[in-house]
Design a protein around this ligand. Structure first.
Ligand code: HEM
Length: 210
């Protein structure tokens, strides 16, 4: 299989896997199989999906390096954009259906509930990352693009804090995802230390954040 065919196959799989939660939710809703509170159901599904895809996007570079699967790199931007897509759908449902766009209540929620504050921080960090993910912004920002996109780790940590805080009792799922994120961050630190001890090689913008 040629490199191009492999890239196309990978992107097709990413599209199919990332769209599955949305298609599943619409399917359940249309068939009347959604829970008694479909808004609540979507809030949970979109939030979880956003976190999982975000962490998956951070796993791309380590997996590429460990297994020398260079083609994987082609999926990173797409995964990041899908994570943002679900985050927008999640926040949109909260703002419109849960709070009826009542900005004073929304503000109260943000300042009074650390759980909502951490979600807001995660979202606020994801916005500039999504906006600057185009080739034009990568060119324009140069090395600053790499610095800016390191914020994805802070966004993921804030999202996980939000996920953990939001659980009523059982926090095993968010802790499991947090362990994966910690391992990915440790791998990143390890590589930076190694690179520095070797005298440092140049990092291409658009290739270093994950
Ligand atoms: C303005 C920003 C945000 C607000 C106001 C918000 C609000 C909420 C609310 C109201 C819930 C449901 C809590 C419950 O019913 O128990 C929730 C759950 C959740 N949110 Fe957010 N969220 C925000 C941003 C984010 C972002 C950016 C992510 C991920 C990248 C995220 C991931 C999650 C997860 C994983 C859950 C838990 C789902 C579950 O337990 O099934 N949220 N969020």
């Amino acid at each position: 299989m040629s490199a191009r065919a492999r890239a196309v196959a990978l992107k097709t799989v990413v599209w199919a896997v990332c769209l599955a939660p949305l298609v599943w939710s619409v399917w359940r809703f249309v068939r009347g199989e959604a829970s008694v509170d479909p808004v609540e159901e979507w809030l949970h599904r979109s939030g979880k999906t956003a976190v999982l895809i975000l962490v998956a996007s951070l796993a791309v570079t380590p997996l590429r390096r460990w297994f020398a699967w260079n083609v994987l790199q082609k999926s990173r931007r797409l995964l990041g954009l899908f994570a943002f897509f679900y985050a927008v759908a999640h926040v949109g449902v909260y703002l419109y259906f849960e709070q009826g766009l009542a900005w004073s209540f929304i503000w109260e929620d943000v300042v009074e509930r650390p759980f909502i504050l951490s979600g807001t921080l995660a979202f606020a960090l994801l916005v500039p990352l999504a906006v600057t993910s185009t080739k034009g912004w990568i060119r324009r920002l140069g090395r600053n693009w790499v610095r800016l996109h390191r914020l994805v780790y802070v966004a993921a940590a804030a999202a996980l804090l939000h996920y953990t805080w939001g659980q009523k009792a059982d926090i095993r799922d968010p802790l499991l995802v947090a362990a994966v994120l910690a391992a990915l961050m440790a791998a990143r630190v390890w590589w930076s230390v190694q690179k520095r001890s070797r005298g440092g090689s140049r990092v291409r913008p658009g290739s270093a954040a994950g």
